[in-house]
Design a protein around this ligand. Structure first.
Ligand code: ZN
Length: 188
């Protein structure tokens, strides 16, 4: 009995203690779950900002999310809870969430982190579409779905104005558009 319990305890310790700690340090987007722990300020309304920065604009942050939510509730789907957005106004802040070359990143329904160059309506809509995908399809289904579906949907339904997008994103968008047109879906 003793020999069985020990490995189980070790495995439990690994899963419950070691893995989350490693994930926190290695997989930076995991920090989206608790941005306060890396020095950001989060408000009750699920908006987090790097408040020490002189450039942050809380009013703009709130407006961008409100506009995106309105747009998406009319064209895609509504949120069951207020979507969290972490707005970085410095690259120092963006780095904390692993935003190297990426403009923004979303971690399931936990939230999105926005880099200084992504304070744009279509970027916010894009990331909130990823949150809606996680909300409506589930994280596992999202992870198992092809990139053209997940990213193509986000680029197409966010009405990203860039024509054409850099590859492979343009091809993903075109493939999704073709699929949507042939599938009689008005609302995803
Ligand atoms: Zn995306």
């Amino acid at each position: 009995m003793k020999t069985i319990i020990k490995p189980i305890l070790r495995l439990t310790f690994l899963l419950l203690v070691v893995t989350p700690i490693l994930a926190w340090f290695i997989v930076k987007p995991v920090r989206i779950i608790a941005p306060e722990l890396v020095g950001l300020t989060c408000y009750d309304n699920q908006i987090c900002i790097d408040i020490e920065s002189e450039d942050f604009n809380l009013e703009l942050a709130q407006q961008l999310r409100a506009d995106a939510q309105q747009f998406l509730s009319e064209k895609v789907s509504s949120f069951t809870k207020t979507p969290k957005i972490i707005y970085c106004s410095t690259w120092q802040c963006a780095k904390k969430f692993g935003l190297g070359d990426r403009s923004a990143i979303t971690l399931g329904t936990f939230g999105s982190a926005i880099s200084p160059r992504a304070w744009q309506d279509y970027y916010i809509r894009h990331e909130l579409i990823h949150q809606l995908q996680a909300q409506n399809m589930g994280i596992i289904k999202c992870l198992l779905s092809p990139t053209w579906l997940i990213e193509g949907m986000a680029y197409e339904l966010s009405e990203d104005p860039r024509q054409p997008l850099k590859q492979p994103w343009e091809n993903h968008r075109l493939k999704f558009r073709k699929w949507l047109n042939s599938s009689n879906l008005n609302k995803i």
